[in-house]
Design a protein around this ligand. Structure first.
Ligand code: ZN
Ligand code: ZN
Length: 109
């Protein structure tokens, strides 16, 4: 039986190779985030990949378009956290539209 080759990871470091091209990373001494890419090019590629990943699989948390507070997951299709925020958004949209349409006098409801 051939045992699979085990790579020894030290518990304190995550990885010492570039996540993009796999090149060996030189470990930076001192505090701070550990490096995950070897160069600026790879860093750009990394952020690009992350962005596309985010686009294809956006986080489950949605934010209210008015106050930017987190929306509960149960309200999957709503874009606002509350009725007041939704009303605010509708009002703003209405006002801007009205404003754009040759500044018509506002009719009181
Ligand atoms: Zn790299
Ligand atoms: Zn809100």
């Amino acid at each position: 039986m051939t045992a699979p080759q085990k790579v020894q990871y030290s518990p304190t470091t995550t990885s010492d190779i570039c996540t993009i091209c796999g090149a060996q990373l030189t470990r930076r001494a001192g505090p701070g985030r550990p490096r995950v890419v070897c160069s600026r090019q790879c860093a750009e590629e990394n952020s690009r990949r992350r962005a596309s990943l985010w686009r294809s699989n956006p986080p489950k948390v949605r934010l209210c378009e008015v106050c930017a507070s987190e929306l509960p997951h149960s309200r999957g299709c709503s874009r606002f956290c509350s009725t007041s925020c939704r009303r605010t958004a509708v009002n703003v949209r209405r006002q801007t539209r009205r404003y754009a349409a040759s500044e018509m006098p506002r009719n009181a409801p």
